[in-house]
Ligand binder design. Structure first.
Ligand code: PLP
Length: 447
């Protein structure tokens, strides 16, 4: 077992993200000690397949020497360089250029952050600067989608539409609005793709009308809603929503923090959805989780408007660690890996994962299977006909997570019992098969 002293130190001092503090104190921490490829080893020596790539981020898998070398080299050469005062570093400039080259359409300008939350947060500020620059400062209302997740910063958490992130805070703020999710399995309009798309279009139109079309600044959407339970919109949903935003004259932000960097197949899901958003946010797979980094992509038209409007004055937005050279060096190396086989492997492994999860549909507990590429979910129900969810409490989720763990598998168990999958893109066929086998074993034990 783990060292008792470590568990005690954790209990006494380390605050864990999105956790029941009391529940965690009772259960104690599980300490991860090392990892290689898609396998993590805990401090007691138990080996598990990481079916969730850490937190949907270790896309390249663990233990890549070339990534470690890139970081080490950069730390030796130049461990820090600010972007303030007109300064910069080579890896940050090169990474911005490489990313711009691969991004959809005119998303040619890249602002680096420390992760996804501050990337989303940054878009809110840039969007305000943009509308002020356009002479429409009254456009200060933002719309996102129920079940969406856009991070945990104080303001971004208001765009996030998961109640756990709002309790007691009075957010979302009154300038943050929501429309119903496309969630096909439980959609009142049924699961026909066009009906779902039409309902979302009507909801957005109606929301914009309610707020006042001249007041709306932007609409935010994830290509696939991750933290809301891996909710996959029908093909064409993103494109239709993007077109409607253009028609309504509001900005469209694609939040690719999870879907970016091969998670759904291509480098960016926007490529597959055939859209060019006004802004795109990324993080996680950008550095494969080895070091923290996120980014905001902005279109030429946005950048030029903000730049012209500020003129000689500074655009007042920045972080000490924006464009950190070590993170950028890692980003450059990870990008090479994606293009030298990782994306291809992820696509093949993703097809196998989806086929494997589909084969679980015969299980009495499985209500829905959904996903795209290496991003998937199995929604568990107690009654398939009535689609009765598992009791909405943390307990069942924790029990399923624990059983999977005992079976050598790390998965995400959402509070309603939905199981989330986002394995590293480097998974072998045998590892994908083991994920399916261990899931079935876990479900059988849950019956
Ligand atoms: N946006 C989306 C779509 C995410 O899934 C997440 C995190 O899961 C974030 C933003 C926030 O990113 P971070 O946790 O790096 O702050």
């Amino acid at each position: 077992m783990y060292s008792n002293s470590l568990i005690e130190l954790d209990r006494a001092h380390l605050i864990h993200p999105v956790a029941s503090y009391r529940g965690h104190e009772k259960l104690g921490v599980r300490v991860l000690a090392s990892a290689r490829g898609a396998t993590v080893t805990d401090a007691s020596g138990r080996q598990l397949i990481d079916g969730f790539a850490g937190l949907w981020c270790v896309n390249a898998g663990y233990g890549h020497e070339s990534i470690v070398e890139a970081a080490t080299r950069q730390m030796r050469e130049l461990p820090y360089a600010t972007g303030y005062f007109g300064l910069g570093s080579e890896p940050a400039i090169r990474l911005a250029a490489e990313l711009a080259d691969r991004a959809p359409g005119d998303l040619n300008h890249v602002y680096f952050t420390l992760g996804g939350s501050d990337a989303v947060d940054s878009t809110i500020r840039f969007i305000r600067y943009y509308w002020i620059g356009r002479g429409e400062p009254q456009r200060d209302q933002f719309i996102s989608v129920e079940q969406g997740y856009h991070g945990s910063s104080t303001v971004g958490a208001g765009l996030t539409a998961l109640p756990a992130f709002h309790a007691g805070f009075g957010i979302p703020f009154d300038w943050q609005h929501k429309i119903r999710s496309h969630y096909a399995y439980r959609n009142p309009v049924g699961n026909a793709p066009q009906a779902i798309i039409d309902a979302s279009l009507a909801a957005l139109r109606q929301k914009v009308e309610e707020i006042g079309p001249e007041r709306v600044a932007a609409f935010y959407a994830e290509p696939i809603q991750g933290s809301g339970g891996v909710l996959v919109p029908p093909r064409g949903w993103m494109k239709a929503m993007r077109q409607l935003c253009r028609e309504l004259g509001i900005l469209f932000v694609a939040d690719e923090v999870i879907t970016g960097f091969g998670r759904t197949g291509p480098l960016f899901a926007c490529h597959e959805d055939e859209i060019v958003p006004d802004f795109m946010t990324v993080a996680k797979g950008l550095t494969s989780g080895y070091v923290p980094m996120g980014a905001v992509f902005m279109g030429d038209h946005i950048y030029q408007t903000i730049a012209d409007s500020a003129g000689a004055a500074a655009v007042g937005h920045g972080y000490t660690y924006s464009a950190h050279p070590v993170s950028a060096a890692v980003g450059l190396e990870v990008l090479k890996l994606y293009e030298n086989g990782l994306l291809d492997n992820g696509r093949k492994a993703g097809a196998r994962l989806m086929a494997g999860l589909e084969s679980l549909r015969d299980h009495p507990l499985v209500g829905d299977v959904r996903g795209r590429g290496m991003l998937a979910a199995v929604e568990l129900v107690v009654d398939k006909e009535k689609k009765t969810p598992l009791p909405a409490a943390a307990e069942p989720a924790r029990r399923i997570f624990d059983r999977a763990w005992e079976n050598g598998l790390v998965i995400r168990a959402f509070a309603n019992g939905t199981l989330g999958y986002a394995p590293p893109l480097c998974c072998t066929e045998a590892e994908i098969d083991a994920i399916i086998e261990r899931t079935r074993m876990t479900l059988d034990q849950t019956l």
